[in-house]
Design a protein around this ligand. Structure first.
Ligand SMILES: CC(=O)SCCNC(=O)CCNC(=O)[C@H](O)C(C)(C)COP(=O)(O)OP(=O)(O)OC[C@H]1O[C@@H](n2cnc3c(N)ncnc32)[C@H](O)[C@@H]1OP(=O)(O)O
Ligand SMILES: N[C@@H](CCO)C(=O)O
Length: 351
């Protein structure tokens, strides 16, 4: 992964009023900015992904995909708190000379966006042709389109919401309970909380998939079985897989930032905030998503003025936004063929 680093050597003020003494953002770019500077596609990534969108969103992003570097200048930046190149709880606090760990200041989705706005300034990107993201990525994209309505021309919000739900917060809290039940989390060491993180990912998976997904992929054929089920092994495997590439401290802070997502905070409410979006917007909801139910995307569609809505019929549930790249390509292609200048068009179900 060819991640570049942007260093902002001043202190970075967070929404809470606390400061990060300095800020580093890891980012990837693909393709070239054209002469008119109007071919920028900016991707906001979700909870545990990274800035290498060609790696985790293959089929939508790639040499031969809809978003390809021959046509677009594609930018994806790692979010604050995540350990794929950006300042995070394992970074060295320049004030103490030691890693932050649990002394990392809590940040919000707005802080993630503010950091990426600094990167866009640094890259001299005044105009983003298409801003998109799913889940926590969509929460960032919505925030950005509200805070800088003139910078964003087209917006694609997938499997996301305007304000994190009580249900979503409860899932996140249960995951944090699992992490904090692992007392090594308080050891402030790089491996602290790993067992807890494994359990947390296993809980999270239940919200990223659904009853039917498990019923088909993890169903036992033998009636004689009384232990050692496939579904158990799958939960363990998925937990281990995350533990091998992530850390409990980043996960803890990122899940808290997701809890605090509310585009209406300080803006006289969610509806007022959404009405500030000027971008031509495509909202995509996944029918089987139990974490960000489709009603949340229908709400976004109703309150963003120049918007279209599409429903994706995925077997995977919430994580369908990462997997159903062919269906997403079809929806996005038809969106750019439709004229949404000032009127609302409801797209046909595309998957
Ligand atoms: C540097 C990096 O690592 S980049 C990080 C990549 N990840 C991201 O960017 C985050 C976004 N991505 C994701 O969340 C996920 O990768 C997704 C949603 C896109 C896909 O999830 P997956 O885990 O691949 O899909 P799925 O739920 O079908 O599980 C398949 C895996 O479970 C394993 N598995 C399936 N059933 C079982 C079982 N009963 N017991 C044990 N393992 C099982 C499969 O062998 C497969 O393993 P593999 O991942 O090693 O190939
Ligand atoms: N599966 C996603 C989270 C769901 O939005 C990730 O690990 O980033």
């Amino acid at each position: 992964m060819n991640t570049e680093i942007f260093k902002y050597n001043k202190s970075f003020k967070l929404e809470s009023g606390k400061q990060l003494p300095e800020l580093q953002i890891g980012f990837n770019t693909y393709g070239t900015l054209n002469k008119n500077r109007d071919n920028v596609v900016w991707v906001c990534h979700a909870l545990t992904a990274n800035s290498d969108v060609f790696d985790w969103w293959k089929g939508l992003f790639g040499e031969h995909d809809h978003f390809n570097p021959a046509e677009y200048f594609i930018v994806c930046a790692n979010i604050i708190g995540s350990a794929y190149g950006s300042t995070n709880p394992l970074s060295i606090n320049p004030v103490t000379g030691h890693p932050f760990y649990l002394a990392f200041p809590q940040f919000t989705v707005r802080d993630m966006v503010k950091a990426h706005q600094l990167l866009a300034d640094h890259l001299q990107i005044d105009h983003i042709e298409i801003l998109l993201g799913g889940s926590l990525g969509g929460q960032q994209a919505a925030e950005w389109a509200i805070s800088e309505p003139d910078r964003i021309k087209n917006l694609i919000l997938i499997a996301t919401n305007a304000k994190h739900s009580a249900w979503g917060i409860a899932f996140n809290e249960s995951q944090r309970l699992a992490i904090s039940a692992d007392r090594t989390f308080y050891s402030n060491t790089p491996d602290g909380g790993k067992k807890g993180l494994k359990a947390a990912r296993s809980i999270a998976l239940l919200s990223y998939r659904n009853y039917k997904t498990y019923g088909i992929t993890q169903q036992e054929e033998k009636d004689s079985l009384v232990d050692g089920y496939k579904a158990s092994s799958y939960q363990n495997y998925q937990g281990e897989k995350l533990v091998n590439r992530f850390n409990a401290y980043s996960y803890w802070y990122l899940s808290k930032s997701m809890d605090s997502h509310n585009v209406g905070r300080g803006r006289r409410g969610v509806e007022k905030a959404l009405s500030l979006i000027k971008a031509r917007t495509l909202v995509i909801g996944i029918k089987s998503d139990v974490l960000f139910p489709i009603e949340e995307q229908q709400y976004l569609f109703r309150h963003i003025s120049k918007s279209a809505f599409a429903e994706l019929d995925s077997f995977y549930g919430h994580d369908g936004f990462l997997i159903e790249t062919e269906a997403l390509t079809n929806i996005i292609t038809s969106f750019f063929k439709t004229d949404v200048k000032g009127k609302i068009i409801e797209l046909q179900r595309t998957a």
